[in-house]
Write a protein that binds this ligand. Structure first.
Ligand code: NAD
Ligand code: APR
Length: 238
């Protein structure tokens, strides 16, 4: 039996399956990841633009980086892999999606039960008083209408803690899961990289590059998210 048929069998027998994704889930939609050879952090030091201190120390660079990420996102759509995971939720095969991605593509593809652990780049607020703001106001680099503070996207930056509600949803789901499938992440970032170690269920890792971070998984499949998900789905629909 090959790895894909094993995952098909585990998906069919599991009564509670959780998917955990990272930036590698969206590269085939045209969105760069962070630590691959073509990733954002290859040319930019993340702590200059993606650390909470950037809001105070160099807002111009922070604004330029996230405006550029927003325009990249405008030309991208969820791919077949996102739609397969949404279909699996509809069919009762997958129960919760937890993601480090801020692109909103799992919800856009149709998943209802999604925990966005690093927030969403599609929502905005004042960095000083948290008042909600519009995308247009952020792109135009306007100030907060209430306190004149700078505006920011609702994503979790380096040095910030994760949204409590999303974290608890993900933690409870993972703890109760009979099967956790992790897709497209380097497992470099705390605390999300701890989640797969917190389940009593089986664990599967699907990733383009396999590193020692994956040593503890029950099953490791080296490959690209869209292709692997498509192949597993074909076995499921048989
Ligand atoms: P950091 O690397 O300084 O880690 C923050 C805290 O987590 C520190 O107390 C550190 O000791 C602890 N920590 C870090 N890695 C750990 C690990 N593998 N095991 C146990 N403890 C670990 O800070 P950071 O990387 O800038 O991220 C801090 C927060 O920002 C985290 O909650 C992270 O999810 C969030 N965040 C980070 C990124 C990112 O790109 N790193 C992106 C979005 C959100
Ligand atoms: N299919 C499968 N895996 C892929 C694909 C693909 N098409 N494309 C890339 N990958 C893999 C890469 O090999 C890499 O191991 O996905 C992983 C992406 O890892 P990172 O770039 O580190 O992204 P991620 O793990 O999501 O980063 C976590 O870091 O900077 C922060 O906020 C950011 O949420 C992000 C966090």
């Amino acid at each position: 039996m090959n790895n894909l048929t094993t995952v098909r069998d585990w998906l069919e027998t599991s009564k509670n399956t959780v998917i955990l994704t990272g930036a590698g889930m969206s590269t085939e939609s045209g969105i760069p990841d962070f630590r691959s050879s073509s990733g954002w952090w290859k040319n930019i030091d993340p702590h200059t633009v993606a650390h909470v201190s950037a809001l105070e120390n160099n807002y111009d660079l922070f604004h330029e980086f996230y405006s550029m990420r927003l325009t990249t996102l405008d030309t991208c759509e969820p791919h077949d892999g996102h739609y397969i995971i949404a279909d699996w939720e509809k069919r009762g095969i997958v129960h919760t999606v937890t993601t480090q991605n801020v692109d909103g593509f799992h919800s856009k593809a149709g998943n209802q039960n999604v925990a966005e652990l690093h927030g969403s780049i599609q929502k905005f607020r004042c960095a000083h008083c948290d008042a909600p703001a519009t995308r247009e106001a952020f792109i135009e680099k306007e100030k907060c209408v209430h306190c004149e503070g700078n505006l920011r996207p609702n994503i979790v930056l380096f040095g910030e803690s994760l949204p409590e509600d999303s974290w608890m949803i993900a933690l409870n789901a993972i703890r109760e899961a009979q099967l956790v499938i992790v897709i497209g992440t380097s497992l470099e970032v705390y605390p999300v990289n701890q989640l797969p170690t917190m389940t009593k269920g089986r664990t599967v890792f699907i990733n383009k590059d396999i590193t020692s971070n994956a040593n503890y998984f029950d099953l490791v499949i080296e490959g690209k998210a869209k292709e692997i998900l498509t192949n597993i789905n074909q076995l499921l629909t048989r």
